[in-house]
Write a protein that binds this ligand. Structure first.
Ligand code: FES
Length: 182
């Protein structure tokens, strides 16, 4: 392995004139999210969740806007985005399939499920299909070891999975139903 040096301090971020965090979003956060936390930092994750949900990613410009809204540094926002799998800096598909790869699911055959998804979607983990419908992820323990193997289709947990049930779930998303956000 070799280290790759990235000159991030001087990197130019893509900007657009229109803000990603709209006045309506900020009004909603002020009314619904901020009062739940003693300090503004506490609101960071639910706000990031909203932005990820609205745009299927958290653009760098949005991170600056969120930092300014909460009175925290852009680095604090980027640290959080880059730490959690839930947030992405590139747009994800309408349906994010997260196959659990931790020990209980590994023992119960997660590899066969992951390989099957790879083959049937034609993508590797962390990639998105060209039609923008699916992103594939391999995740750590989803807290449902007793019903392994499990996977998330967006925010819905599916348990005791088999190749057949995975195929059914993928087919439902392709038909415009299932756990997709389109
Ligand atoms: S190991 Fe898969 S849910 Fe815990």
């Amino acid at each position: 392995m070799s280290w790759k040096v990235v000159d991030s301090a001087n990197a130019q971020i893509e900007r657009r004139t229109e803000p990603w965090c709209t006045e309506a979003m900020k009004a909603d956060w002020t009314e619904r999210i901020l009062p739940r936390y003693e300090r503004s930092q506490g609101a960071l994750m639910p706000i990031l969740h909203d932005v990820q949900h609205a745009y299927r990613h958290v653009p760098y410009q949005a991170m600056l806007e969120i930092a300014s809204f909460l009175g925290i540094t852009p680095a604090e926002v980027l640290d959080t985005v880059s730490f959690y799998e839930e947030y992405t800096t590139e747009p994800v598909g309408a349906c994010v399939i997260g196959i659990c790869q931790s020990i209980a699911c590994e023992v119960c055959g997660h590899q066969a499920l992951l390989d099957h998804c790879r083959d049937s979607l034609g993508i590797e983990p962390h990639e998105t299909t060209e039609d923008g419908l699916f992103t594939l992820l391999a995740l750590e323990c989803l807290g449902s070891c007793g019903t392994a193997p499990v996977a998330l289709f967006n925010e819905t947990l599916h348990e005791n999975l088999t190749i057949e049930t995975i195929d059914d779930l993928i087919a439902k998303v392709r038909q415009g139903g299932g756990d997709s956000e389109h």
